[in-house]
Design a protein around this ligand. Structure first.
Ligand code: ASP
Ligand code: MG
Length: 421
């Protein structure tokens, strides 16, 4: 049994979905659990819908909802000629459900409401693709992941209950004659069946969880890139494909922000020594990247660019030193608002944090820090991480940049810079 994961870009249109069906048809002999994300940029649209809903912006809400529905119906129309096909009822039912929820008053818990609404992206994509696979002669069963993957109620960043979920997954994910079980990435639910989500881009993680629990032979993540590259082609012209990558390197690269794999994905696979392939859905014959229990002697430097970074400088009002109590308090505030730290450094009288410019969270964090500390923040920065760095790789990324802060380890260097160009 294999696990395949298809992300938003691979299912963003009728044409893209036809392509993934063609990919699945190449594996006639195999049983595959297929994990799918929401189509295209649907999760971003749902986030805007949630903002409008909780902020009571009715007009924006109506507009975004209409567009989301039109986008999905367009895809369904492109895939199914028979307008009496049950997919039309199923998709309309999901949109009615969503509309229904949006007419109710928001609760006081934004993150809870978020999870109850964000799930429609994956519910829609899997419903549509499941019907289309069956119509295309690939016997497929649609599975609601929320019946099997159980988590705590840490909304938007839920933690999986491994023991209970392993039991339920193995009870429910049974191939009864069909070759494909298709399910939603990114989602789970509490013991009381309230929907939770595993963090943005969490579908890769779902694939790894299922592979671990079901002892899959391997996982393949299908992407619009040839595999894991040593830099994002957006910022580099001569990128290299990393054909083989150790679990440790993959964890490090994902942790520092390589957008190809979600950071939590590797650990469960490493624990069971399950290989992870990252392959191109545009060129499925190409080998892609193999991540596994691998060693190599030639180390290829990798570059990770995190754009739009914010430097937060926190110092006690009375010019006293930063001590453990302060740090505990500062981390507590960040943790409470779910803000992730990309880099940190302390000096005698201030503590420096580099974070993503997530405006809503940033405002909450800065407001709360300001109650106790002098806080200054600087936006518009870039954080560059080089794994297996040397002077020439540093020189290469520092062209036209001002260095604001640096952190050097044995294998990795992190450079916080301002673009001068
Ligand atoms: N649809 C979710 C997101 O966009 C999960 C995923 O794609 O992995 O974050
Ligand atoms: Mg994704």
């Amino acid at each position: 049994m294999f696990v395949f994961k298809f992300g938003g870009a691979s299912v963003k249109s009728a044409e893209a979905i036809r392509n993934i069906v063609a990919i699945l048809q190449r594996y006639q002999e195999d049983k595959i659990v297929v994990v799918v994300s929401a189509m295209g940029k649907t999760t971003n649209t749902l986030e805007r819908i949630i903002e409008c809903y909780t902020g009571k912006k009715e007009e924006g809400l109506k507009k975004e909802y209409k567009q989301l529905k039109a986008y999905h119906l367009d895809i369904v129309n492109g895939l199914f000629e028979d307008k009496n096909h049950p997919v039309f009822v199923d998709v309309n039912d999901l949109f009615d459900d969503l509309a229904d929820r949006l007419t109710k008053d928001p609760t006081l818990n934004y993150d809870f409401d978020y999870d109850q609404l964000i799930c429609y992206g994956e519910l829609l994509s899997t419903t549509i693709i499941s019907h289309f696979l069956n119509q295309s002669g690939v016997d497929t069963m649609w599975m609601d992941i929320r019946r099997s993957l159980k988590s705590d109620n840490n909304w938007r960043e839920a933690r999986v209950d491994w023991e209970l979920s392993t039991r339920l997954v193995n009870e429910n994910f049974i191939f009864n004659g069909e070759r494909i079980l298709i399910t939603q990435g990114f989602l789970a639910s509490t013991i009381n069946d309230q929907t939770t989500s595993l963090g943005r881009e969490g579908s890769d993680y779902t694939a790894a969880i299922l592979a671990y629990m079901m002892k899959a032979k391997s996982v393949t993540i299908w992407k619009d890139v040839p595999g894991v590259l040593n830099a994002d082609p957006k910022y580099f012209d001569d990128t290299l494909l990393l054909e083989r990558l150790s679990f440790l390197d993959a964890i490090e690269l994902a942790y520092f922000g390589t957008s190809v794999i979600h950071p939590k994905t590797i650990k469960p696979l490493q624990n069971r020594n399950i290989n992870l392939h990252v392959k191109s859905f545009i060129d499925p014959d190409a080998p892609g990247t193999l991540i596994g229990n691998i060693s190599y002697d030639k180390l290829i430097p990798s570059f990770i660019f995190n754009m739009d970074q914010v430097l937060i400088r926190t110092s006690p009002h009375d010019f006293s030193f930063i001590n453990e109590d302060n740090l505990e308090e500062i981390f507590g505030i960040l943790n409470k608002h779910g803000m992730k730290i990309n880099l940190m450094q302390n000096s005698a009288i201030s503590f420096l944090l580099i974070v993503n410019n997530d405006k809503r969270t940033l405002r909450l964090v800065v407001d709360e820090l300001e109650e106790k500390y002098k806080v200054a923040h600087q936006t518009g920065l870039e954080l560059i991480t080089i794994r297996y760095f040397d002077t020439s790789t540093i020189d290469r990324v520092m062209i036209n940049k001002e260095l604001i802060m640096e952190q050097r380890g044995v294998q990795n260097i992190q450079l916080l810079v301002r673009d001068l160009g």
